[in-house]
Write a protein of this length. Structure first.
Lengths: 93, 468
């Protein structure tokens, strides 16, 4: 991949994120934050490759630890966000 | 399958995630949005495993399975009051994962990288480590394991500055170090960053936690994005950047609601964490209240019940004290009773009420208060004037009118809920001590239109419910 492509993607994504999040009502800020939190666990994708490519037992061990932590982040984050969003109900009357 | 297809799949996942966040702008569609995000991440992880030909590695499956089990247990058993701790904890894990990946890439990966190509890796190491230690300190504070008050060491500012300078020096050294010593400098950068995270969050007070959590959330995203740059992973770059700027947006909103700036927080001098040498010595004088007796509380409850009886429009203002007293259930019952009697009822939510952005909304949604009854401050403030009763439950700084008048105090200029515009104010707080900001609240002064019912909010509201 070209050297400049990823930094440009970084900037575009950051700007898009800024725009998207500004539209979220304060009502949903807690689930939004835990949802964003879950997304930051996307680093698991990097962790998997790093763990697989690691040379030496120590690096492999560290890689595995990173995978565990990032998976806790992703799975826990999405589930707890869903649990919260399920509670938000409209007034029926 | 050629590499380009995997890149396109990654891009599709990014678009899925963006679409998912877009759906988060309404409570009707937010759940679907979250699901779309989760599915996108799942597809991306599967694509990574297949694309990198690492599906056969059992250790990865075991690691993922154990992470998934721990994550699910945390998500299922956490209470809504503990939500800020959980978010901070997960945040810390994400930061730690990014830092560790960076460490592995820098020191022990098969691919040999050198020179400027190491920059994102070193940044991921630094930012991930700061996120990790900072988040753990936040968890300890929020969970009451260490004091929620700001801990200020002697020469704290200088210490912060020195660690920052050390990090600034270590980054280029680690990049330029020959491969033999790179590992040592990487570990050193990590240690100094961990210390900085600790120093940075330890001096932030409990009430400033919404700002701290938002900022740490942003950092975890930026750490992930730099990992993506270091490992040439398109998806991780894009998603990390989105999370990073999301955290910045929330930090800005929280800062505005607290009348401070991101820079102030970074420098450790946010409005509410400024230590008061003598708490309560700032702002208008509040004459000491007589300790409440059972009779005086009963009399106050009777008076409050009579006022509520005659009221047509009531606005309820919850604060963190409601969560501490676990009085959410009582508030829901009050809402039902009020509505049964044909009164118009709303909840007024200050953006920083609670310990994380939007915390009050989640606590009230849990007890089945419909979300259309929850109004943000800017919408509800003009309505207090036409309101018969403002019922304050466990809120202090966010309703303190001194924020408008008491120049030079930490909360001066902070937007507050204008409860005193209502005909009557009923306050169910634990005591008349000043809030975190250390500024006396003039609402506690004797006033015929203000009824103060001191004590545990849950008990007070139970008594009130009995009378209605």
């Amino acid at each position: 991949m070209n050297d400049w492509l990823l930094p440009i993607l970084f900037i575009i994504a950051a700007l898009a994120g800024y725009r998207l999040i500004t539209d979220v009502p304060s009502l949903l800020h807690t689930p939004l934050m835990s949802g964003m939190n879950a997304l930051s666990g996307v680093t698991v994708s990097g962790a998997l490759v790093a763990a697989a490519l690691a040379v030496g037992t120590r690096s492999q061990f560290f890689g595995a630890v990173a995978v565990v932590l990032a998976t806790i982040n992703v799975v826990g984050g999405f589930l707890v966000t869903d649990r919260m969003l399920k509670m938000f109900k409209h007034d029926k009357s | 399958m050629p590499l380009i297809y995997y890149k396109l799949l990654d891009l599709a996942c990014v678009i899925g995630i963006v679409f998912g966040i877009r759906l988060m702008n309404s409570p009707e569609t937010a759940r679907k949005g979250n699901l779309i995000g989760a599915v996108s991440i799942l597809i991306a992880i599967s694509a990574t495993m297949i694309g990198s030909q690492i599906v056969h590695l059992k250790a990865l499956w075991i690691s993922m399975a154990s992470g998934a089990v721990i994550g699910s247990l945390l998500a299922v058993y956490v209470t809504m009051t503990q939500m800020p701790q959980l978010v901070a904890l997960l945040n810390g894990f994400g930061g730690a994962a990014s830092a560790i990946v960076a460490l592995v890439v820098l020191t022990g990966a098969a691919v040999d990288i050198s020179g400027i190509a190491k920059l994102p890796g070193v940044l991921a190491l630094v930012i991930g480590s700061i996120t990790f230690s900072g988040s753990l300190v936040a968890v300890a504070k929020l969970d009451g394991r260490i004091t929620p008050l700001p801990v200020i060491l002697r020469g704290h500012f200088i210490l912060n500055l020195l660690t920052l300078i050390a990090i600034g020096i270590l980054i280029p050294i680690t990049i330029l170090a020959p491969s033999g010593t790179a590992a040592i400098f990487s570990v050193l950068s990590m240690l100094v960053s961990l210390i900085f995270g600790l120093l940075f969050v330890i001096r932030i007070g409990g009430a400033d936690m919404p700002i701290a959590i938002s900022l740490l959330n942003s950092l975890s995203g930026i750490a992930a994005a730099t990992v993506g740059l270091a490992t040439s992973n398109l998806l991780v770059v894009a998603v990390g950047a989105i999370v990073g700027s999301a955290g910045i947006v929330l930090t800005k909103i929280m800062c505005r609601a607290m009348n401070s700036s991101i820079l102030d927080v970074l420098m450790g001098k946010t409005a509410l964490s400024t230590p008061q040498t003598t708490p309560g010595s700032v702002g208008p004088d509040v004459s000491p209240q007589n300790a409440p007796t059972a009779e005086s509380i009963d009399a106050a409850v009777d008076k409050a019940a009579a006022i509520i009886h005659a009221a047509k429009k009531i606005i309820i203002v919850p604060g963190y004290g409601m969560a501490l007293a676990q009085a959410q259930g009582q508030l829901k019952r009050l809402l039902d009773v009020f509505e049964e009697k044909g009164k118009k009822v709303k909840f007024a939510i200050h953006p920083v009420a609670g310990r994380m952005p939007g915390h009050m909304n989640v606590l009230l949604a849990e007890v089945e208060v419909p979300y259309d009854k929850l109004s943000p401050m800017e919408n509800v403030n003009p309505e207090f004037e036409q309101t018969d009763v403002a019922l304050v439950v466990g809120a202090n700084d966010v309703v303190n009118p001194a924020a408008k008048t008491a120049q030079g105090t930490p909360i001066y200029g902070m937007p507050v809920l204008d409860v005193s515009e209502a005909d009557y104010v009923i306050i169910c707080n634990k005591d008349t001590r000043p809030g975190y900001a250390g500024v006396n609240n003039p609402l506690y002064l004797p006033n015929k239109n203000i009824i103060l019912i001191l004590g545990d909010a849950a008990e007070t509201l139970d008594k009130l419910l009995e009378k209605l």
